[in-house]
Ligand binder design. Structure first.
Ligand code: HGY
Ligand code: MN
Ligand code: MN
Length: 417
């Protein structure tokens, strides 16, 4: 246990409220989409504040931001913390941002304490944890794990048809140098991300800190159902090939499988984005495009659900005479957290007289990909009513401060291992 100053809830609040002013939908939640002028301005603000804290700031070829507090033995593999500042549409002000400001505050506390730490500490803002702009999540950490090439950035397009490659080049980043970002095992000693829980387990248990044991991983598909566009009044019910009712049947099948067909209690299945063509009240939809998001903490359980889903989709295709195309976006692997980091977080909680809740993350995080090359851990702080990805998202600043105290103790302990 180290004697560190307590984290300042007011400072955390100031950072979070200022980051939240970089928002494209102030009338309805928070929207800060990757590499838009709003997000770029928010990045600049965070970089300035990192420098105020005393961190040496740099960015890599895909825009991951690093704020470094150098250790006494800088040649040793560093300890990482951090999260993201991009959001989904009409979101809240804590998802990702809480982990970034907690990392900055933990670094500030450690620096103010004057206690030596052998390993350097890096506070990271990962590029694009959300899939909002390019349909693929965790672009920065996915690249670090070696899953993103320059060719991939040319294939990812946003809703306006612009590629990630073009956007990176326009902002002065270097998509040709992505390979230099790739990390190998041993490059990072430990990584600990603080995040809001985005679920209600902490609140229901009356606890203020969660220790994450494992992180569920997403498998995402874009589905296109092609039927026959026709007149709503002139086409008899028997003569229709209605793409929307076929899509609806797939969605209900997915919900049923999510509820019943799995071995793990952490399975989720969601249709979140739907596009109906021509979207006219008196025309039978000829085409429907929609998203499928399946999560699980067990890969075997997720794979078994996907097989059942594909069989069910084939049956719907035959029965309704429509064509159904499934385009896989990503099929990511769940991960368990590192036992040394989990016990270090637990010791920090004990030293701070906090009784933590061991938990599983239903949401994915950049730690899912960092965990492919480094030992990871996560610290959760409560989400009011378990709500996230919504303007109703709320976490008490005092809870973020308590979580930051645990984070600072944990980072300093790991940095001296
Ligand atoms: O969707 C997720 O799990 C993350 O919050 N982006
Ligand atoms: Mn999110
Ligand atoms: Mn997040």
């Amino acid at each position: 246990m180290y004697t560190l100053p307590s984290a300042s809830a007011e400072r955390l609040r100031g950072w979070l409220e200022t980051i939240n002013t970089y928002n494209d939908t102030p009338e309805f939640g928070t929207t800060r989409v990757l590499f838009t002028p709003t997000e770029v301005a928010a990045r600049a603000y965070v970089k300035r504040e990192m420098e105020v804290v005393g961190l040496a700031v740099h960015e890599d070829a895909i825009g991951n931001i690093f704020g470094v507090l150098e250790g006494t033995e800088p040649a040793l593999a560093p300890v990482w913390t951090g999260s993201h500042i991009d959001t989904v549409l009409n979101a809240g002000m804590f998802d990702g941002m809480a982990g970034v400001v907690a990392g900055m505050e933990a670094a500030r506390l450690i620096r103010a304490s004057g206690i030596a730490h052998r390993r350097s500490l890096c506070v990271i803002v990962f590029t694009s944890e959300e899939p909002t702009r390019f349909g693929l999540c965790c672009l920065g950490s996915r690249t670090m794990a070696g899953h993103m090439t320059e060719e991939d950035t040319k294939a990812l397009r946003d809703q306006d048809g612009k590629t990630l490659h073009e956007v990176l080049r326009e902002l002065g980043y270097h998509p040709a140098e992505l390979q230099q970002i790739v990390r190998r095992k041993g490059d990072v000693y430990a990584s600990v991300e603080l995040h809001i829980e985005q679920s209600a387990s902490l609140e229901r248990s009356g606890k203020s800190v969660g220790i994450v044991r494992g992180i569920c991983a997403p498998t995402c598909f874009n589905v296109t159902v092609t039927g026959e566009q026709s007149h709503a009044g002139g086409t008899s019910m028997a003569d229709r090939m209605d793409a929307f009712t076929a899509a609806s049947e797939i969605s209900l099948l997915l919900e049923e499988l999510g509820r019943t067909a799995h071995e793990s209690e952490y399975t989720t299945a969601t249709v979140g984005h739907v596009e109906v063509i021509p979207n006219a009240s008196n025309a039978i939809p000829g085409k429907v495009k929609f998203s499928i998001d399946i999560r699980d903490c067990s890969l075997a359980s997720k794979d078994s659900l996907i097989e059942k889903l594909k069989a069910g989709i084939r049956a719907i295709e035959l029965k309704r005479g429509v064509r159904i195309e499934l385009e896989l976006q990503n099929h990511d692997t769940p991960i368990m957290c590192d036992s040394n980091i989990v016990s270090t977080i637990a010791q920090s909680c004990e030293a701070l007289e906090i009784d933590p809740l061991p938990t599983i993350s239903g949401a994915y995080h950049d730690s899912l990909f960092v965990g492919e090359f480094a030992p990871i851990g996560m610290i959760f702080v409560p989400s009011k009513n378990g709500i996230s990805h919504s303007p109703e998202e709320w976490t008490e600043y005092s809870d973020i401060a308590r979580g930051t105290d645990v984070l600072a103790q944990t980072l300093l302990t790991l940095a001296n291992q």
